[in-house]
Design a protein around this ligand. Structure first.
Ligand code: FAD
Ligand code: 2HG
Ligand code: ZN
Length: 456
């Protein structure tokens, strides 16, 4: 941005939100300029923190006039470099817009501003006797706006669906500066294009989401978690498939490998889960209004290939079991900046993929390490590669190319961001990408919202 336009934009932003909410100081900006993995780092002239939808609309209008690009940012836990200013964009942080309205128990819905954290929304729903069923490891920092923008999946998707399935209403400022607000919460409403669905997964390229109306579900107060050990990925995948049909209270089915569990134990000084290690572990959780332990235990007893099992029905032991899974991301982060390749594999290819992919990675980068874990119940495997330079995206090409060849998705739940836009064509046809471009042009005619994200 040229210096004169720079100062007029900053002055305009200060007029809109007040000078205390335009951050220009380099030290404070830093946290907004670098992503969670530290793989993506950029810079911004300013971080602006609006408090109302009207302020967001005024910011978008100003940036349109000045032809200045914007990166919307929530909790900055995104893993594809989509929420940080890599080309000098202004950061619009939703961090002050955190209000959560009283739960509408009769409608089983909740209205919330986009900057509220997922954990705060879940807590509000729980306090009202219901549940917001999306959950993920970054719950304490990730925001509802970020969840909507990335269409976050998480650990309970097999039972409740992802974020898109929960969003019944939305308020947002489009890239053309207009405010759209559809928050009545009518679940049957076939009056044309469904903007909440369109904005789910739009990664900040069409609109800045300012509030949402979310569907809530039954609160299950009884919960049981089991860690099951297997000799092979094949046995683990087959067991998960059987469990999914055997018990309809299954909320989560997560897979980790021995190497990942050892890494977690070493990084956080934890004891291993069993007296002896096993090649593969599956963490399953069932939840119900009455105790699901007998149902889960019965279904596990009928499985083939379970070499050992640990079952927990109290909060503290359940948390201990979940740590072997949830601490993977942090433990891998201790090894340096990973390449994170979040993919979905067709069920029948899962085991072969997990066997093959480390070999393909080693062929390209003999010193690299491949870490595999994820939401096996829906085929979503997190391929993390360490020991490769952050900007060496040849490794991304190897993994994503293979995923596309076998009919998988190159982004299961994290989005395309800047990290994967080069490979969007592997999954999306020319016609689909052109349709997306047309939608982008219609809603963001000046191309100011996240111009370096999603579309190649
Ligand atoms: P940010 O990182 O701030 O932004 C992400 C994207 O959304 C960017 O493109 C940004 O521009 C856009 N955006 C943010 N807010 C808005 C808004 N209000 N309006 C428009 N665009 C906006 N993801 C999963 O899906 N499942 C998981 O299980 C999961 N587990 C995770 C575990 C850990 C430890 C970590 C660090 C991340 C995990 N993630 C997971 C990824 C991440 O938490 C999600 O993508 C989350 O939805 C991002 O929310 P955020 O508020 O941090 O968004
Ligand atoms: C998870 O499921 C997150 O833990 C993060 O989606 C995955 O670190 C990753 O690659
Ligand atoms: Zn995940």
């Amino acid at each position: 941005m040229p210096a004169d336009s720079h100062s007029s934009v900053l002055a305009g932003l200060e007029r809109i939100v007040g000078s205390g909410h335009v951050i220009t100081d380099a030290d404070t900006r830093r946290g907004y300029e670098i992503d969670w993995t530290a793989r993506f780092q950029g810079s911004t002239p300013a971080v602006v923190r609006p408090a109302t939808v009207a302020e967001v609309a005024a910011i978008v209008e100003l940036c349109r006039l000045e032809r200045v690009a914007i990166v919307p940012q929530g909790g900055n836990t995104g893993l594809v470099g989509g929420g940080v200013p890599l080309a000098g964009e202004i950061v619009v942080s939703l961090g002050r817009m955190t209000a959560i309205d009283d739960v509408d128990v009769a409608a089983r819905q909740l209205t919330v501003q986009a900057g509220a954290t997922l954990a705060a929304v879940r807590a509000a729903a729980t306090a009202a006797g219901l549940t917001y069923p999306v959950d993920l490891g970054a719950r304490d920092t990730a925001t509802i706006g970020g969840n909507i923008a990335t269409n976050a999946g998480g650990i309970n998707l097999i039972r409740h669906g992802g974020t898109r399935e929960q969003v019944v209403g939305i308020e947002a400022v489009l890239g053309n500066g207009q405010i759209v607000r559809r928050m009545s919460g009518l679940v049957k409403d076939n009056t044309g294009y469904h903007l909440p669905s369109l904005l789910c997964g739009s990664e900040g390229t069409l609109a800045i989401v300012t509030a949402a109306r979310l569907r809530l579900t039954t609160r299950y107060d009884h919960r049981v978690t089991a860690l099951l050990a297997f000799a092979t990925v094949e046995a683990a995948v087959a067991a998960v498939a059987r469990l999914r049909t055997a018990i309809d209270t299954l909320e989560a089915a997560e897979l980790v490998l021995d190497a990942g569990v050892r890494l977690v134990c070493a990084a956080f000084d934890r004891r291993p889960p069993f007296a002896r290690p096993h090649p593969v572990y599956v963490l399953v959780e069932a939840a119900d209004v009455t105790d699901p332990t007998a149902a889960l235990s019965g279904a596990v007893a009928a499985l083939d290939g379970v070499e050992d099992a640990a079952v927990a029905d109290d909060e503290s032991r359940r948390t201990q079991l979940w740590r072997y899974r949830e601490e993977h991301t942090l433990a891998i982060g201790t090894l340096g900046q990973p390449h994170k390749l979040d993919v979905t594999i067709p069920q029948h290819q899962l085991a072969a993929f997990m066997r093959d992919i480390p070999t393909r990675v080693s062929r390209y980068a003999p010193d690299a390490s491949t870490w595999l874990f994820g939401h096996v119940g829906d085929g979503n495997i997190h391929v993390n590669v360490t020991g490769v330079e952050p900007d060496d995206d040849g490794i991304d090409e190897v993994v994503l190319g293979h995923v596309a060849e076998i009919g998988g998705s190159i982004s299961a739940e994290h989005g395309i961001g800047t990290a994967k836009k080069r490979w969007l064509h592997l999954n999306r046809s020319h016609a689909e990408i052109e349709a997306m471009r047309a939608i982008k042009r219609a809603l963001d005619p000046d191309g100011i919202l996240n111009p370096n994200v999603l579309l190649p």
